[in-house]
Design a protein around this ligand. Structure first.
Ligand SMILES: Cc1cc2nc3c(=O)[nH]c(=O)nc-3n(C[C@H](O)[C@H](O)[C@H](O)COP(=O)(O)O)c2cc1C
Length: 145
């Protein structure tokens, strides 16, 4: 199944570590930076969206990308990293996928190192995340889809 993962990862590259771990084990997976030039998803059967969480939402950039470029009726999976991962962080992308009659086949969340605002003063939160175990879990998640 031809698969792409569109990602946004700007804070510490936490989300990129997760998608890189998947792509390292599955060389057929195409990684697409959502702020890059590639926009055409029509040739993929299955599309992942991966983002850090910024003020309770996945990146606006990945939401816009999905709204503009996700074709109708694809299989979709979602990955988020956050200081304190929560199910509701999937809701923006789930709503966009559903509006395009796409099926959300799976959701994966992992902790990501955070030094946003005041958290920097205490050396950050979720230090050391994503861990190797979380990266291994991400690969297992992908393989379970
Ligand atoms: C501006 C900003 C806002 C954030 N807001 C949240 C938040 O609302 N909830 C949370 O759990 N983590 C929050 N975080 C932590 C990030 O979600 C976490 O570090 C994530 O792994 C960043 O992904 P990235 O390194 O791929 O960009 C925030 C980080 C930044 C920089």
């Amino acid at each position: 199944m031809k698969t792409a993962i569109v990602y946004f990862s700007k804070h510490h590259g936490n989300t990129k570590k997760v998608v890189d771990a998947i792509a390292a084990k599955h060389s057929d997976v195409q990684l697409i930076d959502c702020i890059g030039d590639v926009k055409d998803l029509s040739g993929y059967d299955r599309i992942g969206f991966a983002s850090g969480v910024y003020a309770e939402h996945v990146a606006k950039q990945i939401q816009s990308f999905a709204k503009e470029n996700l074709p109708e009726g694809k299989e979709v999976f979602l990955i988020v990293t956050a200081a304190m991962p929560n199910e509701h962080y999937f809701s923006d992308l789930t709503a966009i996928a559903e509006s395009k009659h796409c099926t959300v086949k799976g959701k994966f969340k992992a902790k990501g190192f955070n030094t946003w605002g005041p958290f920097k003063l205490i050396g950050g939160t979720a230090k050391g995340h994503p861990t190797q175990e979380e990266l291994d879990d991400a690969v297992k998640f992908y393989e379970s889809l």
